[in-house]
Design a protein around this ligand. Structure first.
Ligand SMILES: Cc1cc2nc3c(=O)[nH]c(=O)nc-3n(C[C@H](O)[C@H](O)[C@H](O)COP(=O)(O)O)c2cc1C
Length: 244
């Protein structure tokens, strides 16, 4: 990672009208995922307010294929967490070749799963699965509020993209109000579970897409961190060049 180059993003991209980042840009650039929360509930009106930011997201055909369930009962969140942990333990049993009693067979399982589900079993979530199984990572990070974003499966085009934009609006609005958030992709493990659908009152055409943990952060996790620099293809005047 080239920190120097990232600093150029912060300081060197000179804009004629403003030399430093404006408030919106700062919210975007300084937001970080928060995985440690204070034991303090977020006021209801603040949650309603960040959901408004989600509701105003653009969507294909203006279909707005989302719906929200706000969960603030610790018992329910703990139950979802222990259910997901059980599933992670099963995956770890079959696929963690360093610890599995299946020995080298688990390596074969891991390779097959990674090839069959390259997105889900990418090394990062794969590592997180093992951490959740071992109790080293909490699914919702003990956040006092969790927003489940439901997707209307009849959405136009690619509703998952609409959900992503909606969620990011929520996350950025939350950050601008001093809250911390963390996307929780692992919630998809309860998506198809009839008992959880019933318990949470989720019916067709809706299904759980993602979750966002929300709360007051412990410490100051925010700030700009270096990011990958993907070269930008730039076509102008009949020539294509690449800029960093
Ligand atoms: C769709 C999505 C799902 C994610 N799921 C999880 C998750 O289940 N657990 C978690 O701790 N972080 C999760 N994250 C957070 C990412 O790990 C994080 O955004 C990434 O490491 C970049 O760090 P930053 O958000 O601090 O910039 C998720 C992020 C996205 C966008």
């Amino acid at each position: 990672m080239d920190i120097q180059s990232d600093q150029r993003t912060a300081e060197g991209l000179e804009m004629p009208e403003c030399q430093s980042w404006n408030e919106v840009e700062k919210v975007i650039l300084e937001r970080r995922s928060v995985r440690k929360y204070k034991n303090k509930q977020v006021p209801e009106n603040v949650v309603r307010r960040i959901l408004e930011a989600g509701r105003y997201a653009p969507s294909a055909g203006n279909y707005q294929p989302w719906s929200f369930i706000v969960v603030r009962d610790k018992e329910i969140l703990d139950e979802i967490q222990s259910f997901i942990r059980k599933l992670c333990k099963i995956v770890k049993f079959f696929c963690d070749w360093k610890t599995s009693p299946l020995g080298p067979v688990s390596w074969v399982f891991a390779q097959i799963t990674m090839r069959l589900m390259p997105n889900k079993m990418h090394p990062t979530p794969f590592g997180a699965v093992f951490m959740i199984a071992d109790g080293k990572l909490k699914v919702f990070h003990d956040a006092p509020t969790v927003i489940l974003i439901l997707k209307d499966r009849r959405g136009v085009g690619k509703p998952d993209i609409d959900i992503g934009i909606c969620g990011q609006n929520i996350v950025l609005a939350a950050h601008s109000l001093g809250l911390g958030t963390c996307w929780v992709g692992f919630v998809e493990l309860i998506r198809q579970m009839p008992n959880w659908k019933k318990r949470l009152g989720i019916e067709y055409p809706y299904e759980i897409s993602e979750a966002i943990a929300v709360g007051y952060p412990v410490g100051h996790p925010d700030g700009m961190v270096p990011r990958e620099i993907h070269k930008i293809g730039w076509i102008e005047g009949g020539i294509k060049k690449f800029v960093a």
